[in-house]
Ligand binder design. Structure first.
Ligand code: NAD
Length: 287
């Protein structure tokens, strides 16, 4: 199946990164967000991201402008009807994602492949809500999307081999390396990463060290490029908490219990970089 027009639902951290990767690699991206102001903010960030590529010599000014011209706003979800492929990147909450797929299913063509960028939620469970479970897969990008090579490709119980191959091909065409995994809570990436972040928050909560100390141990001792708390701020503490909840419920195992400090930070709206405050503070860049 030829893919040229890709609908992206959710213009937050991941949706705009995915849209940037798509337009940079020749696809037309149609970006929809339920917050009307989100598109303009995403467009500005995508333009800045492409600008950084020009500055690095990775693309020319003409290529940047051509990429920008392939980015389109959708005012309604129904504007995604003509998409060959849909990538959903709305918050990590089953009901919110279910609402998106239930609405898209009747308006998109029968051949359109649906992919979720979920970090942990069951693809099989989401696919069941549509009439196309064989055309639904996980396409899990990493943050920041333009820079990160991995795409975890998740096959649900009913996903057809042809659909998985299509997702893999799309990932390769975006310069990514797909790794295929089975549908299991957190897949491979977040089953390993999130318990480490959660445990880092426990060490902070218990006063074993401060944030810089916890991160310093992992950077200097384990050669991690970022400490777990810095990484949590980059990912979004709400995303980390929701992912821990999916692991906790999915495995019914107390070892995945979200750290109370993580819950408190999310309740306080301290979500990390996106709100300017998480385990660290992020002053707003000068306008
Ligand atoms: P985000 O909060 O930055 O963005 C989510 C966007 O979705 C917001 O702009 C919001 O307005 C919009 N939205 C909410 N409900 C909507 C709806 N019903 N229809 C359309 N738009 C809606 O979140 P994010 O960090 O981009 O995460 C999105 C998904 O990507 C989640 O499933 C998350 O687990 C996954 N993910 C996140 C990361 C990360 O590092 N942040 C990495 C990999 C995967």
């Amino acid at each position: 199946m030829k893919i040229s027009r890709v609908g992206v639902v959710g213009a937050g951290t991941m949706g705009r990164g995915i849209a940037q990767a798509l337009v940079r690699h020749g696809y037309t991206a149609v970006l929809y967000d339920s917050e009307p102001a989100a598109f303009e903010s995403a467009r500005a960030k995508i333009s800045a991201g492409l600008g950084r590529e020009v500055a690095k010599g990775a693309c020319s000014e003409a290529e940047k402008q051509a990429a920008e011209s392939r980015l389109n706003a959708a005012r309604e979800l129904s504007n995604l009807a003509a998409s060959d492929f849909i990538i959903e990147a709305v918050p990590e909450n089953f009901d919110v994602k279910a609402g998106v797929f239930r609405s898209l299913d009747p308006i998109c063509g029968a051949e359109t492949i649906f992919a979720s960028n979920t970090s942990s939620i069951s693809i099989t469970r989401l696919a069941r809500l549509t009439r196309r479970p064989q055309l639904m897969a996980g396409m899990h990008f990493f943050n920041p999307v333009p820079a990160m090579k991995l795409v975890e490709v998740v096959a649900g119980l009913e996903t057809a081999e042809a659909a998985v191959e299509c997702v893999e091909k799309l990932a390769v065409s975006l310069g990514k390396t797909p790794i295929r995994v089975k549908d299991s809570p957190g897949f491979v990436s977040n089953r390993l990463l999130m318990p480490m972040i959660n445990e880092a928050v426990y060490t902070l909560m218990e006063g074993v060290s401060d944030a810089k100390g916890v991160d310093g141990v992992m950077k200097l001792g384990m050669n991690h490029p970022m400490g777990p708390l810095e990484l949590a701020d980059l990912i979004g503490l709400d995303v980390c908490l929701e992912t821990m909840r999916v692991l906790y419920q999915g495995f019914s195992d107390s070892k995945y219990r979200p750290c109370p400090l993580l819950e408190r930070m999310v309740n306080a709206g301290r979500l990390g970089r996106k709100t300017g405050r998480g385990f660290y503070e992020y002053p707003k860049p000068a306008a």
